[in-house]
Each structure stands twice: as structure tokens, then as C-alpha cells.
Design a protein around this ligand. Structure first.
Ligand code: NDP
Length: 254
């Protein structure tokens, strides 16, 4: 029997990049995967197609996480998808992966960008958990995707790094809050991963080589590198791990 059989997993920001990799992996592990996206419906449909091609089950649903009605929209759309898939409202796994970047350096920052990044990267994950509380089943798993930028000075994107620091702190508090219910909460912090988010930073071979050199393992990460770590944390093998910050960056910054 697949190790996530009978589990429902929500992956936010699963239309592209790391989220798509996580959705594909959890689908292969047997979960019904709810593929959340913000604006790119075609990309989310491609994620669903990829999960189904590998024998899994998935559906896509939309909610723009920087909008004031984000959480209402999210759960209404999720419920329509669960209904259509013949599943109940219970949640076993929530991967808070959706993220916005691009705050730039301090002199470039505007209050609008600051508010949008905190809305998507911090407010949305926290309130998605709050609203989902009565739906999480015993043995539930929450994984928050942070970034190495929360623990390394990163003036290139000061607000983005700050949002990830908030995510790390959220993990600690929620792990203690939800532990008595048997729900684990952990952070995975990727180093550089080849996705749309940093396409500009590796636009030339020289730039790509410079990014790769951050990791002692000598390459840029792939979505699959991160997905495999998440798959471990949501599995039964990780039942005794909660409140932890796990770097997945090929030894970046050692
Ligand atoms: P991508 O830019 O490739 O994908 C971002 C995802 O988040 C998309 O699915 C997008 O949906 C969704 N998203 C973005 N903004 C919103 C919004 N306002 N409302 C709803 N959904 C939104 O990013 P990555 O895959 O690279 O990043 C995934 C996570 O990993 C993020 O939390 C990021 O901070 C973190 N990370 C990434 C690293 C990297 O090097 N790539 C390194 C460290 C951490 P849609 O396209 O449909 O709008």
C-alpha cells in the first residue's frame, strides 16, 4: 500500500517550481493532492496532469493569497475540489509553499511590496492553518517552506528574508500549539533551486555557476531535491520530529 494512501495533501503554490515537485512526489506516494495556484491555471492543470500520469490523484484550485478574502476563497475552492474528488473535508497534510519574492534592497523597497510579501509569505500560511484547525486529522503534518535567507544576511532581498524569518518563528509556535493533537509542524529551508523565482539570477552560464558555487555539493538544487525532504517529513518515518528547521541547500554557506 502506498505510504500516503487515504491521505489528503494540500500544496500551496503547486502550479510551478518547488510546489509542483512536491505535488508530484506526494501524488506518487499515494495522497490525493490539492494543487493550489494563484494565477496560472494552465500551469496548475499541467501539475495535475503530471500527477495523474504517474498514477496519482489530484485537482487544482485557485486563490490569490495577497487578497483580503484569500482564506475564504481558498477553503471554498478547496471544498469544491474535494467534493468533486469524492473526498471529505479532512486534511492530513498542508505544505505552505506558495511564496512571493522580489523585494529588492532597502532603497528599492516600497510599503506596497512589503505588504504583499508579508500577505503571501506570512499572513496566508498562518490563517490557512487557523481556518483548517478543525479539519486536521490526528497525525496531521504541516510543512512550511522557508529559505536559507532567514539565517544568512541577505540584503539583496531584505523583506523577503524577513518574511522567511517569520515563517521559522511560526513553525516553532505552531508545533507547540498542535503537538497535543499529534500534528507535527516543521520548516524546510531550501538553498537556491532552479525555478522561475530566480531565473534572472542564472541567466548566463557564469551567473548559474556562481549560484551553484554557494552549495558545497556544487550545483543548484532541483524541485525534486526539496520534494524528497518534504515527503520524509510528512511520512510516518518523521512522526517524532516537530518544530524543526531543516536546511535543504546542498551545504550552502558552510
Ligand atoms: P515559483 O515562483 O516558481 O512559484 C511560486 C508559486 O507560488 C506559484 O505556484 C505561484 O502561483 C504561487 N504564488 C505566488 N504568489 C502567489 C499569490 N499572490 N497567491 C497565490 N499563489 C501565489 O517559486 P519557487 O517554486 O521557487 O518557490 C516556492 C517556495 O520556495 C517559496 O516559498 C519560496 O520562497 C521558497 N524558496 C525558493 C527558493 C528558490 O531558489 N527557488 C529558495 C528558497 C526558498 P501562480 O504561478 O499560479 O501565481
Amino acid at each position: 500500500m502506498a505510504r500516503l494512501a487515504d491521505r489528503t495533501a494540500i500544496v500551496t503554490g503547486a502550479s510551478r517550481g518547488i510546489g509542483r515537485g512536491i505535488a508530484e512526489r506526494l501524488g506518487r506516494d499515494g495522497a490525493l493532492v490539492a494543487v493550489h495556484y494563484g494565477s496560472d491555471g494552465d500551469a496548475a492543470a499541467a501539475t495535475v496532469e503530471s500527477v495523474v500520469k504517474d498514477g496519482g490523484r489530484a485537482f487544482a484550485f485557485r486563490a490569490e493569497l495577497d487578497r483580503p478574502d484569500a482564506v475564504d476563497t481558498f477553503y471554498a475552492a478547496l471544498d469544491r475540489g474535494l467534493d468533486a474528488a469524492g473526498a471529505g473535508p479532512g486534511i492530513d497534510i498542508l505544505v505552505n509553499n506558495a511564496g512571493a519574492s522580489g523585494s529588492g534592497r532597502l532603497h528599492q523597497l516600497t510599503p506596497e511590496v512589503f505588504d504583499r510579501l508579508f500577505a503571501v509569505n506570512v499572513k496566508a500560511p498562518l490563517f490557512l492553518v487557523q481556518r483548517g484547525l478543525d479539519r486536521f486529522r490526528e497525525g496531521g503534518r504541516i510543512v512550511n517552506i522557508s529559505s536559507l535567507t532567514s539565517r544568512h544576511a541577505y540584503p539583496e532581498s531584505v523583506t523577503y528574508a524577513m518574511t522567511k524569518g517569520a515563517v521559522d518563528t511560526m513553525t516553532l509556535a505552531l508545533a507547540k500549539e498542535l503537538g497535543p493533537r499529534g500534528i507535527t509542524v516543521n520548516t524546510v529551508a531550501p538553498g537556491f533551486v532552479a525555478t522561475d523565482m530566480n531565473a534572472r539570477l542564472r541567466a548566463t552560464p557564469e551567473a548559474a555557476a556562481a549560484l551553484a558555487s554557494h552549495a558545497v555539493l556544487g550545483r543548484i538544487g532541483t524541485p525534486g531535491d526539496i520534494a524528497d525532504v518534504v515527503a520524509f517529513l510528512v511520512s510516518d518515518d518523521a512522526r517524532w520530529i516537530t518544530g524543526q528547521y531543516l536546511e535543504a541547500g546542498g551545504g550552502s554557506g558552510l
